[in-house]
Design a protein around this ligand. Structure first.
Ligand code: ZN
Length: 222
């Protein structure tokens, strides 16, 4: 898989600061988490937080080993999964894009109010119930200008969609490779069967020939 796509994926799951983990884990297996923390210049807890988030999405997997030098604590060894984990990630991405789309519709369809004092947000219905005053501090509620937020959500949706496109391309590539590999295996299987059949036939021939030879010898003697 392309390393840049992996980075975008990791960034979208665990934040842009986490994407450096890809450089370090790419094409390696079972990397010690303390080594990862050291390379990323993060604490072990920060590192684990990132890795757990990625593991939830199936993007990394781990094995753990009890470390007797560290008082019997477990040390985790991490491997970046590409390939099949992509499908799970695609699902997550599509769902998130759908949620954003819903948010956008809501934001566009209704009015919102806020308290300038407490930074609380109210739907129009709630604002009406409270007579357009904040139930916490009594300030008059203000109508919220949704334009900025709508733009923010739209940008977020675009980001999701372009990542989704990238992921779909990669899924396609992987599927094609898998089909090719399957076909290769099937052809190899057929060749193997043909060969063993030929070998069997060859043996039978040898038997017949040697029988003939024996007969000839017998005939000569007579
Ligand atoms: Zn208030």
């Amino acid at each position: 898989m392309q390393i840049n796509l992996l980075k975008s994926i990791v960034a979208s799951v665990a934040g842009s600061s986490a994407s450096g983990i890809v450089d370090f884990l790419h094409k390696k297996k079972n990397v010690n988490e303390f080594l990862i923390a050291k390379k990323l210049k993060l604490t072990i807890n920060q590192t684990r937080n990132i890795l757990y988030k990625l593991a939830d999405e199936g993007l990394v997997s781990f094995v753990r080993k009890k470390d007797n030098r560290k008082g019997g604590w477990y040390t985790y060894f991490w491997t970046l999964n590409s390939g099949k984990s992509l499908l799970k990630f695609r699902e997550h991405l599509a769902k998130a894009a759908e949620n954003l789309q819903q948010q956008l519709q809501q934001r566009k369809a209704s009015r919102y109010f806020y308290c300038p004092n407490c930074d609380l947000e109210f739907t129009e219905e709630n604002a009406l119930i409270h007579d357009y005053t904040c139930p916490e501090c009594g300030s008059v509620l203000q109508a919220k200008n949704m334009q900025d937020e709508i733009i923010r959500i739209e940008k977020e949706i675009n980001k999701h969609n372009s990542l989704l496109e990238e992921v779909d391309k990669e899924v396609q590539v992987i599927a094609t490779e898998e089909t090719k590999a399957r076909n290769r295996r099937a052809r190899a299987e057929v060749r193997k069967k043909l060969k063993s059949r030929e070998a069997l036939r060859g043996k039978k021939k040898v038997k017949k020939v040697s029988l003939k030879k024996n007969n000839k010898k017998k005939n000569k003697k007579r």
